[in-house]
Write a protein that binds this ligand. Structure first.
Ligand SMILES: NC(=O)c1ccc[n+]([C@@H]2O[C@H](COP(=O)([O-])OP(=O)(O)OC[C@H]3O[C@@H](n4cnc5c(N)ncnc54)[C@H](O)[C@@H]3O)[C@@H](O)[C@H]2O)c1
Length: 420
């Protein structure tokens, strides 16, 4: 990808989506981003957040927001609407940092890759889990040859929640969280493995596990499954097993085996920041030990990162976005890697519904590959419903009961949501 002209001007940024987006809005200043505009169609939320930032312009309409004097936008809008919002901003000549994931369909992925290339603007996927201190340390170790060539990885992101808490962050019968097959949220698990090893998945086999009937009380209006499992075949011959997401037992875990050793973070609660490095006796070099366990720190900006959300990850995504804009160089989490990890979820869902059949992860760096997918609008989300579209659950199309809707609606009312 071509480099972009270096810019020394202050970076004027706008944030859309004021749930997750509030965290970007408050921390922008720490990396030299100047927050100048906020956007949310939910007026009460916009007013409330606006009070925190009295000198910032407020918008309910995204097109009007884009007309503000901006250099960059941060997209924290709905999970499955990032790509069209990114394309609009890129077309206006704005840099984009997008929440996960990059796109909802293969066709949107094609359009996004083309839009970034045409615009010559920065695109960064805000996949903050790469930047936990132990993942940054594992990247350093891997690059120094500590475990040799990557052969096998395992990674998981587990985030079980009670139905009432899910309902509070999924307002509305058609909210994306009620329809998203959990495999679409695979990037918090897969991205750090790609970041550490700089490999990409080439094809996947996947399985989805439905909620058990005893879990009904835990998921109310969700029409989806409890968990997913992807076998990712990486481009260096390694295999990565990716697991998530709503099984009991919170946590993040990343394990990498190589030709010279093993490294992983610990799984025990309270110890997940610790890193374990293992060498067989025949692999040990002078100074190596069979097993070493330690708590790594951030390689840079530790004070700021320790105060940021998501294990410091929220600081580093902002930081690398600002750095990329200033230097004119696309960041590590560029549009192509964003698509590699996003497509693992979409193609993974195809594999689940085909009983684990292999599905390719097309490399959208190549226009000849993109052409094959430019009309692929396959999507489990409600606005795309129709013939040929897939369900959101491995059990098929689920319709919550009236009781389940009643329970969710009571929570939506409590948080001030007035829609359907
Ligand atoms: N990386 C992380 O750690 C992390 C954590 C939480 C959420 N997220 C991501 O952040 C994104 C947002 O999720 P969320 O939890 O904030 O909940 P959400 O998706 O319900 O919030 C989106 C917000 O965007 C606003 N919005 C949507 N469309 C709009 C439009 N056309 N115009 C104006 N405003 C619009 C909504 O009113 C809402 O306030 C998702 O992609 C989610 O996956 C990431």
């Amino acid at each position: 990808m071509k480099t972009i002209k270096r810019s020394q001007k202050p970076i004027r940024v706008g944030v859309i989506g004021l749930s997750r987006g509030r965290s970007f809005a408050s921390s922008a200043k720490y990396v030299g981003l100047e927050l100048v505009a906020l956007c949310d169609q939910w007026k009460a939320k916009l007013r409330q957040t606006g009070k925190q930032f009295p000198r910032v312009a407020l918008y309910t309409d995204y097109d009007k927001f884009l007309e503000h004097d901006l250099d960059a936008v941060i997209l924290a809008n709905y999970f499955h609407e990032h790509a069209p919002f990114a394309v609009k901003a890129l077309k206006r000549g704005l840099h984009v940092m997008s929440e996960t994931s990059a796109c909802k369909t293969m066709a949107e992925g094609v359009e996004l890759a083309r839009a970034v290339e045409r615009s010559k603007k920065i695109y960064l996927l805000a996949e903050n889990y790469c930047y936990f201190a132990y993942n940054q340390e594992m990247r350093r170790l891997y690059r120094s040859g500590e475990i040799g060539e990557f052969q096998m990885g395992e990674c998981e992101y587990m985030h079980p929640m009670l139905a009432r808490d899910v309902a509070a962050i999924s307002p509305g019968g058609n909210h994306w969280r009620n329809f998203i097959p959990p495999i679409y949220y695979c990037t918090h698990a897969l991205a750090p493995i790609m970041y550490i090893t700089e490999t990409r998945p080439e094809y996947v086999n996947a399985q989805s596990v439905p909620y058990s009937p005893v879990d009904t009380e835990r998921h109310w209006t969700k029409r989806t499954d409890i968990g997913f499992h992807i076998l990712c075949h990486m481009n260096n011959g390694a295999v990565t097993i990716v697991n998530g997401i709503c099984y009991r037992g919170h946590g993040n875990w990343y394990r990498l085996h190589g030709t010279r050793g093993l490294m992983e973070n610990l799984r025990t609660q309270g110890c997940q920041g610790k890193l374990r490095l293992v060498h067989e006796h025949w692999d040990q070099r002078p100074g190596d030990v069979a097993e070493k366990i330690y708590t790594p720190d951030f390689p840079a900006h530790a004070d700021r990162a320790r105060q940021a959300g998501h294990g410091g990850g929220d600081f580093f995504t902002n930081y690398f976005f600002a750095e990329a804009i200033r230097s004119g160089r696309q960041p590590f989490l560029n549009v192509y890697r964003a698509l590699d990890m996003t497509l693992a979820g979409i193609q993974g869902w195809r594999s689940c519904l085909a009983k684990g059949a292999p599905m390719e992860i097309p490399d959208f760096r190549r226009e000849s590959v993109r052409r094959k997918y430019e009309n692929d609008h396959w999507s489990p989300f409600p606005e795309d419903a129709g013939p040929g579209q897939p369900p959101s659950s491995i059990l098929g199309f689920i319709k919550p009961t009236r009781r389940q809707f009643r329970l969710s609606r009571a929570v939506w009312r409590e948080i001030g949501y007035k829609g359907p």
